[in-house]
Design a binder for this molecule. Sequence first.
Ligand SMILES: *[C@@H]1O[C@H](CO)[C@@H](O)[C@H](O)[C@H]1NC(C)=O
Ligand SMILES: *[C@@H]1O[C@H](CO)[C@@H](O)[C@H](O)[C@H]1NC(C)=O
Length: 332
Amino acid sequence: KMRLFLFLLLCHFSSPVKHSFSGIFTASTGTSNLPEVVAVALVNNIEASYCDSKIEKAIPKQDWMENLRDGEPEYWKEYAQDCAVNRLFFEEQFHILKRRLNQTTSVHILQKVIGCEWDDKTETSHGYQNYGFDGEDFLVFDLKTLTWIATKPQAVITKHYWDRQKTTNDLWKYYLTQVCVDWLKKHLKYGRISLMRTDLPSVSLLQKTPSSQVTCHATGFYPDRADLFWRKDGEELHEDVDKGEILPNHDGTFQMSVDLNISSIAAEDWKKYDCVFQMSDVKDDIITKLDKSVIRTNQKKPLDMTIPIISTIVISVILLGGYIFTKKRKKV
Ligand SMILES: *[C@@H]1O[C@H](CO)[C@@H](O)[C@H](O)[C@H]1NC(C)=O
Ligand SMILES: *[C@@H]1O[C@H](CO)[C@@H](O)[C@H](O)[C@H]1NC(C)=O
C-alpha cells in the first residue's frame, strides 16, 4: 500500500490572528480514474478552490470564493492561470523525477505544498515550499539561503540542479514573501466573515458495545485550532486514550474524536472522567462527563459517525494536512 502524503507540511498554528494560504499540488501516475495533477488552494485549512489537469480551470469551493471570482475577474484570471502554470511546471518535474529515479511503471505520487502564513498582529509572514515523493519528504526550500534541502538521498541530484536555478529561486522568494501574502489577504477580504467566525461543536459520547472504548466525538467546530481530550480528576489523560486527528467536514467545519479505553475503569470511578473540548480564544471549554446515561450506542440507534467518504486524492491531502497539523500541535 502506498503511504500517501506523509510528508511534512509546515503548518504552524498558535494565535487566532494567524492566517494561512497554501496550494497543494498532487501528481500521480499509475492510478486510473484520477487526473494526473490536482491542485487545491486552502485558506486557513479550508478548501477554497480546486483545479485539475482535466478541467484546466479553477473552481471556487466556498460561497465567498464565488464572490471573489465575480468581484475581481482580473485577479481570478491570474489565479486560474497560476494554477495552470504551476500544473505544467509540476507535471514536468514529475516526469523528470520519474525518469531520474528509474520509476516509470508503477504508482507514484509527487506532491508540492507551497504557501504562507500571515500574522495580523505582528504583520509578519512566513513562507514555505516542500516537495514530497511517494509520501515522504523530498525537497524543502530554504527561504533564507534560496537553496533546496534534500531530505532523501535520491533528491540530491535534483537539489543541485534546482540550486543553480537562481532566477527561479528568486522568483520563489518573491512569490512566498509577496504574492502569496497578497493572495492570502485578498482571500481574507472576501472570506473574512466566514473565516473569522467561531463555530462550537456538538460533542457526544459514543460506544459500539457496552465493553468497547468510549469515543468522545466533537463535530462542527471552526476554526481548527482546537483540542479534545479526556481528563481524570481534572488532569489530562495520556494513557488508555487514542486521539484522532482533526478532519475537515464537507461544510467547512472540522471534527475530531478521542477514544477512552474503559476496560480497567471501575464503575464507581466513572464520575472522575470527563471529555474536554477546548478552542483557542474561547473561554469556556465544553465538558462532557463520562456517564452511561449520555453515551449513545449502536444498539439504541444507528450512528452517523462515518468520516466523509474519501472519493478523491484531494480530500486525502486535506485530511493529511489536518493529520500532520494535529501531530505537530501535540508536541507544542
Ligand atoms: C536506471 O536504469 C538504468 C538502466 O537500467 C541503470 O543503468 C541506472 O543505474 C539506473 N539508475 C538508478 C538511479 O537506479
Ligand atoms: C484496553 O485495555 C485493555 C487492558 O489494558 C487491553 O487488553 C485492551 O486491548 C485495550 N483495548 C483497546 C481497544 O485498546
